[in-house]
Design a protein around this ligand. Structure first.
Ligand SMILES: *Cc1c(COP(=O)(O)O)cnc(C)c1O
Length: 214
């Protein structure tokens, strides 16, 4: 069986140096994050505010660790994240952005955010409809404590991800933004080919997720 350090090395070997590897540690114990950190990994993605808070506390001694919030975000959870995570990848609506800006300003922080785009137009999926993204980008860019760095997507399961990645890239270019958060364990190679600058990889680094959060 391979170790976290070995799997991390294998994924890193396929990612250009200017692409940020976000190790997605949801449902993994804090010790697994420590192990990846010891192997040189600094960027970690979490999906659940409660779970993230507990781990952030347990790992507070790792001062240069960067947290990425990548999960669906309820407005009432924003207060826990503001000023404490380096990036939020899942801003998909105005009220959420307003609350994040307000709370970040209170902390004297600027939150770097990705706008999450529902590229597949799935009814049940989070993310802003592609045609509404320019307007959301304009509004969010004007908020004092937010910096819109780019766009994020999760292609519909079962679809060929490539056309979705291409569409997100075209939209990013159209808006003149810098970054693309796309690619997971199953499709990060394709995402990198299509210009991703932040890949979010969980199981390929940490192995299968435990059935329940620890
Ligand atoms: C869980 C998750 C990932 C990582 O998924 P893997 O398939 O384990 O690599 C990436 N992005 C988001 C938004 C996730 O929720």
């Amino acid at each position: 069986m391979s170790t976290i350090a070995e799997r991390l090395r294998a994924v890193r070997a396929g990612i250009p140096a200017d692409v940020t590897l976000v190790a997605v540690s949801k449902t993994q114990p804090a010790e697994a994050i420590r192990e990846a950190y010891a192997a040189g990994q600094r960027d970690f993605g979490e999906n659940y505010a409660q779970e993230w808070r507990a781990k952030a506390e347990a790992l507070a001694d790792l001062a240069d660790l960067r947290w990425h919030f990548i999960g669906g975000l309820q407005t009432n959870k924003v207060k826990y994240l503001a000023g404490k995570v380096a990036y939020v990848h899942t801003v998909d609506r105005l009220e959420l952005a307003q609350e994040l800006s307000r709370r970040s300003a209170q902390k004297g922080a600027v939150a770097r955010v990705f706008l999450e785009v529902n590229v597949g137009g799935e009814a049940s999926k989070e993310g802003c409809a592609p045609e509404a993204v320019p307007e959301l980008a304009r509004a969010v860019s004007a908020m004092p404590a937010l910096e819109v760095v780019g766009l994020m997507c999760i292609p519909p399961p079962g679809d060929d991800p490539r056309p979705h990645f291409r569409r997100l890239r075209a939209l990013r270019d159209h808006l003149g933004l810098r970054e693309l958060s796309m690619g997971m364990s199953a499709d990060w190679r394709i995402a990198v080919e299509e210009g991703s600058t932040f890949v979010r990889v969980g199981t390929a680094i940490f192995g299968a997720r435990p059935a329940k959060a620890p």
